[in-house]
Design a protein around this ligand. Structure first.
Ligand code: UD1
Ligand code: UDP
Length: 378
């Protein structure tokens, strides 16, 4: 069986590592994987570092689309992907998550009738102003095999009209949905020991276990709306009166701080002794930070989940989350970009954080399940 995996943005490269590892270790006799990188992310620390570190095969193709508006970026990807799919004639096109690379691959593959496998299917924020919400809904409804990491994601799909999978011969008109656990959980389990052994990020930044908070900000509504960015940074500055905070900055955020932050706040941020602004870090460094911090403050989907995997309380800088289980069990709080809510969540977690983290994201073998299911249904 021949599959083409399409990746482009940082979290997809990381997710693809889980599938490539399962293929290499268990299914190399059954599955040949080609990798297409759309080039959506291209800085070394947003792309190459993950290939170097996570054992992902070098991409067979790179479309080098780079950054532009949604329409231009997605269109360039569709054009390049269609040509590759027509030439390679894969049995499946495998897509991850909810980025423009996901949507482009889903459109290109579905129009030429190549079955789509969607990993991380069914997640919904119920907020269609998020580009990711549009991408994931459209991709799910063009897919043949849909793998949801959580029960909530699976239930969303059933509610949208997908049937519980019983009949074989699946295709885009008769798709199959599975609740199989999260490939990101597979990765966190697999790389945790390696990260603790190899990463020097704590030492390099003078951090010690439990003495810092980890933050990430990159969601477009937080970086592009000045009011929200100011509220978030102002909260972090207040929290930093008592804490060290480390912020690996997404390039989108790094480029917009100067433009969208009030001048005084920007100066305070830059001159702060307790807030460390650092470039994006590798996945092993990220795991080292997540597993050693005292708390996570983030608007990232992946980082929300990883805070849960490493049993750290998480303040979510969004008005809603697709990972609602982690809020329901009390591991995370939705604080949006609201200063009061962020500070209250911080105080709450200082005095009272979750002690038991129930299993929500599977058994660490989601990628194996996905490979096995693809083979059985080919
Ligand atoms: C994209 C995804 C988002 C995902 C995020 C992961 C979409 C619509 N959004 O958002 O769902 O959470 O990736 O990180 O697909 N840039 C660089 N260097 C790079 C990449 C980006 O400087 O290597 C800068 C450019 O100024 C670019 C901006 O970041 O315009 C945004 O990049 P883009 O890929 O369009 O969206 P993300 O915000 O990264
Ligand atoms: N990540 C990383 N280095 C960083 C920030 C994030 O390796 O500096 C990893 C993080 O551990 C997670 C993934 O990138 O696995 C999340 O990606 P991101 O936050 O960019 O996107 P999202 O998950 O919100 O789509």
């Amino acid at each position: 069986m021949k599959i083409v995996s399409v990746i482009g943005a940082r979290p997809q490269i990381i997710k693809a590592a889980a599938l490539s590892r399962a293929i290499k270790n268990i299914y190399s006799d059954n599955i040949t994987e080609l990798i297409v990188h759309t080039g959506q992310h291209y800085d070394d620390n947003m792309s190459q570092v993950f290939f170097d570190e996570l054992g992902i095969p070098k991409p067979n193709y790179n479309l080098n689309v780079g950054s532009s508006s949604h329409g231009v970026q997605t269109a360039r990807m569709i054009e390049g992907l269609e040509e590759i799919f027509l030439n390679e004639k894969p049995d499946y096109v495998v897509v991850y998550g909810d980025t423009n690379s996901t949507l482009a691959a889903a459109i290109a593959a579905s129009k030429i009738h190549i079955p789509i496998v969607h990993i991380e299917a069914g997640l919904r924020s119920f907020n269609k102003r998020m580009p990711e919400e549009i991408n994931r809904i459209m991709c799910d409804h063009a897919s043949t095999l849909l793998f949801s990491p959580t029960k909530t994601g699976y239930d969303n799909l059933i509610r949208e009209g997908f049937e519980k999978s019983t009949k074989k011969q699946y295709n885009a008109d008769n798709p199959a949905v599975f609740h199989c656990g999260d490939v990101m959980y597979d990765n966190s389990l697999y790389f945790k020991e390696i990260a603790l052994d190899k990463s020097c990020v704590l030492k390099e930044n003078d951090l010690k276990e439990g003495n810092f908070i980890l933050g990430t900000i990159h969601r477009d509504n937080n970086t592009d709306q000045a009011e929200r960015l100011n509220a978030i940074i102002s909260s972090l500055i207040q929290i930093s009166e008592n804490e060290n905070i480390v912020l690996p900055l997404h390039p989108r955020t790094a480029k917009l701080l100067d433009k969208n932050l009030d001048a005084e706040l920007f100066e305070k941020l830059k001159s702060s002794q307790s807030i460390k602004l650092i470039p994006p870090v590798s996945f092993l460094d990220m795991i080292a930070l997540e597993s050693n911090c005292k708390m996570v403050i983030t608007d990232s989907g992946g980082v929300q989940k990883e805070s849960y995997f490493f049993e750290k309380p998480c303040i979510i800088l969004r008005p809603e989350t697709e990972w609602k289980e982690i809020v329901e069990v009390g591991a995370a709080v939705i604080a949006d970009a609201d200063e009061n809510k962020i500070l209250m969540a911080y105080e709450k977690f200082l005095s009272n954080s979750l002690q038991n983290y129930p299993d929500i994201f599977g058994d660490g073998k989601a990628a194996e399940f996905i490979c096995k299911t693809m083979i059985e249904n080919n």
